[in-house]
Write a protein that binds this ligand. Structure first.
Ligand code: NAP
Length: 299
C-alpha cells in the first residue's frame, strides 16, 4: 500500500514538528526521523517511523523528501550544512521543505547552495500554533520552485488547511514576517482592550464574548484573550520564539526603510518580559508589561 508513496524524512520533533510528522505518518507515508534529543523521537518510532542517527542518515535510509522543523536560522544551517548534514548526502532530485521560521535572506542563500547539487529547498513556514499542527489545519506560506512545490503539495495539504505559493525561495519566510506583524499588533490590541475593560469594572468574559462577535474579533482575542483575563501564561508560542521572529521582521523592515513603529513597540514589551526571566512564557504574558505600566493585575 505504501509502495506509491515517497519515503519521507522528518528532522525536528518539537512542539510543531512532532504532531506534523505524526499526521504524515498516519496518512500512510513511510518515514525516517531524526531529532537532536533522540528520546523525543520515541513516540514516532512507536507509531512506525524509523530512527536515523544524523540528518544525512535520514537520506541514506532512503528519504527523497525531507522536512525540517527546528528553531532558528543557525539551526537550519547546521541541519543542512553541518557535519553529517543533509547536504553531505543529498542527491539531485531531493526536495527539502523547511517549516521553521527563519531569515528570508539566509533562506535564499541556502536554496542557492543546494540548487548547485540539484536539490530543491522550499521554505514553508506555518501559522496556526500547536493546535493547528495537531489538527492539520495550519496556514502554510511557501517559497520555491513551482515544480518542486507541486511534488510536495499533497503532503503540505495533509499538515495544512491552506497552502499559498508566494514565489521564489525566501518569499514564504517574507510572508511569515508579515504574518508576525499582524499577530503581535493584534495581541497588544487585545491586551490593551482588556486592560481598559478591567479598569472600567467590566466583566471580562462578557467583554470577550461581545467584542469577539463584532469587528473586534481576532484569533488573538478568542484564543489568548481568555488566558490574559485569567493570567494563564503557559506557552503555546513562547516569547523567546516570537522575539526571534520579530528580530527578523525589524531587520527586514529596516533594510526597506520601513519604521514599523507598532511592531517595534511590541518587541520592546516582549524584551522586557524576557529580561525578567519570562522568555519561556506564552506570548499572552505580554499582559505582564501592560499590568506593570498600569499598576493593576488581571487576576
Ligand atoms: P520547539 O518545541 O522548541 O522544537 C524545536 C526543535 O528544533 C526541537 O526538535 C529541537 O531539538 C530542534 N533544534 C533546535 N536547534 C537545533 C539544532 N541546532 N540542531 C538540531 N535540532 C535543533 O519549537 P517549536 O515550537 O516546535 O518551533 C519550531 C519552529 O516552528 C520554530 O522556527 C518556530 O518559530 C516555528 N513556529 C512555532 C509555532 C508554535 O506555536 N510553537 C507556530 C508557528 C511556527 P531538541 O529536541 O534536541 O531540543
Amino acid at each position: 500500500m505504501n509502495d506509491a508513496k515517497p519515503q519521507l524524512g522528518y528532522i525536528g520533533l518539537g512542539i510543531m514538528g512532532a504532531p506534523m510528522a505524526k499526521n504524515l505518518l498516519d496518512a500512510g507515508h513511510p518515514m525516517t526521523v531524526w531529532n537532536r534529543t533522540a528520546a523525543k523521537a520515541q513516540p514516532l518510532i512507536d507509531a512506525g517511523a524509523t530512527l536515523a542517527d544524523s540528518p544525512a542518515d535520514v537520506l541514506t535510509k532512503g528519504a527523497s523528501i525531507v522536512f525540517i522543523n527546528v528553531t532558528d536560522t543557525p539551526d537550519v544551517e547546521a541541519v543542512l550544512f553541518g557535519e553529517r548534514g543533509l547536504a553531505s548526502a543529498a542527491v539531485a532530485g531531493t526536495v527539502i521543505v523547511d517549516h521553521s521560521t527563519i531569515s528570508p535572506d539566509a533562506t535564499r542563500s541556502f536554496a542557492e547552495r543546494l540548487a548547485k547539487q540539484g536539490v530543491d529547498f522550499i521554505d514553508a513556514p506555518v501559522s496556526g500554533g500547536d493546535t493547528g499542527a495537531k489538527n492539520g489545519t495550519l496556514s502554510i506560506m511557501a517559497g520555491g520552485r513551482r515544480e518542486a512545490l507541486e511534488r510536495v503539495l499533497p503532503l503540505l495539504n495533509i499538515v495544512g488547511g491552506k497552502v499559498a505559493h508566494l514565489g521564489a525561495p525566501g518569499s514564504g519566510q517574507a510572508c511569515k514576517a508579515c504574518n508576525q506583524v499582524a499577530v503581535v499588533t493584534a495581541l497588544i490590541g487585545v491586551c490593551e482592550a482588556l486592560a481598559l475593560a478591567k479598569q472600567s469594572g467590566l466583566d471580562l468574559d462578557q467583554v470577550l464574548e461581545v467584542v469577539g462577535g463584532g469587528a473586534g474579533a481576532s484569533w488573538q482575542l478568542s484564543n489568548l484573550g481568555p488566558k490574559i483575563a485569567t493570567a494563564d501564561h503557559a506557552p503555546g508560542f513562547m516569547i523567546d520564539l516570537v522575539l526571534k521572529d520579530l528580530n527578523i521582521v525589524l531587520d527586514t523592515a529596516k533594510r526597506q526603510g520601513l519604521p514599523l513603529d507598532a511592531a517595534a513597540h511590541v518587541t520592546s514589551l516582549f524584551q522586557q518580559i524576557a529580561e525578567q526571566g519570562g522568555g519561556r512564557l506564552g506570548t499572552q504574558a505580554i499582559a505582564k508589561a501592560v499590568e506593570a505600566a498600569g499598576g493593576f493585575r488581571f487576576a
